[in-house]
Ligand binder design. Structure first.
Ligand SMILES: NC(=O)c1ccc[n+]([C@@H]2O[C@H](COP(=O)([O-])OP(=O)(O)OC[C@H]3O[C@@H](n4cnc5c(N)ncnc54)[C@H](OP(=O)(O)O)[C@@H]3O)[C@@H](O)[C@H]2O)c1
Length: 247
């Protein structure tokens, strides 16, 4: 049965940017499906966000496993019957120079950062289109967390940047197929954000100089509020300072 409350499916919701986005959407009244591999962490987030008065479902999944990814879409549809925002935040990064780059690391990054978003978008698009008919002002949204390295490469991040560039291209393609039906996709492309993922850079960039997860969450919320007439294909977010396009 289709509910009247807005809902979002958030991957990578156990920590970092995905968790901040889930919280910001919950504060705005979204019921949520939360996914990552860590069931205990997801339950803790669900409990915390449930205290804001929203419904939360937990859908543990390894984004590198196709069946898991499809199950997440099934869990959300069965629970809510509508999908207003699909947030793709699960991601992995692995830095190593070219000239012997381990191919299994390339494969893992493409599996989690590109293949899983592709499968989830494919599996959710009908529901996003159906829900867009119920939300005539805004339509429905896909927000994928890409990276500034998609367009501004960094040494060591060739596979990561390539995977994130593919994610940008995926969002652009979704817009050509679905934006006329009210489904708009945005690839958000941040520089370093202060999370577990960027901790390896702390010797070079202080966490206090990094973008905050809450900044990204605020932008996702803003995207959910734009009219269905506007499409934001990609959105760079860079750190303050003199090297704006460095991650
Ligand atoms: N932090 C940055 O500087 C930065 C900059 C630009 C873009 N990004 C992108 O932003 C997104 C979120 O990153 P973050 O900074 O929040 O990193 P994070 O704190 O390391 O969180 C990563 C999230 O992805 C999930 N995840 C990782 N591998 C997974 C897998 N195989 N299956 C399912 N879930 C998986 C993790 O959950 P579990 O471990 O519980 O599975 C976690 O919730 C990523 O796509 C990242 O590439 C980050």
């Amino acid at each position: 049965m289709t509910g009247t409350r807005r809902t979002a499916l958030v991957t990578g919701a156990s920590r970092g940017i995905g968790r901040a986005i889930a919280r910001r959407l919950a504060e705005d009244g979204y019921d949520l499906t939360l996914s990552s591999r860590d069931t205990d962490a997801l339950r803790a987030v669900a409990k915390e966000l449930g205290q804001l008065g929203v419904r939360t479902e937990v859908a543990p999944a390894d984004m590198a496993a196709e069946d898991d990814v499809r199950r997440v879409a099934d869990v959300h549809r069965a629970a809510y019957g509508r999908l207003d925002a699909l947030v793709l935040s699960a991601g992995v990064g692995s830095s190593a120079p070219l000239g012997g780059y381990p191919l299994r690391r390339f494969d893992k990054q493409f599996a989690v950062n590109v293949r899983a978003p592709f499968i989830l978008i494919d599996a959710c698009l009908d529901l996003l289109r159906e829900t867009a008919e119920l939300a005539p002002e805004t339509g429905t949204k896909i927000a994928a967390i890409s990276s500034v390295t998609a367009s501004a490469p960094e040494p060591g991040l060739s596979a990561y940047g390539a995977s994130k560039a593919a994610l940008v291209a995926l969002c652009e393609a979704v817009n050509t197929e679905a934006s006329a039906d009210g489904v708009a996709a945005t690839a958000i492309c941040p520089g370093y954000v202060d999370t577990d993922m960027s901790a390896w850079m702390h010797d070079r960039i202080a966490p206090t100089e990094m973008i905050t997860s809450e900044d990204i969450a605020e932008l996702v919320l803003a995207l959910t509020r734009t009219s269905r007439r506007a499409v934001v294909p990609h959105l760079p977010v860079v750190r303050a300072g003199s090297e704006l396009w460095r991650a």
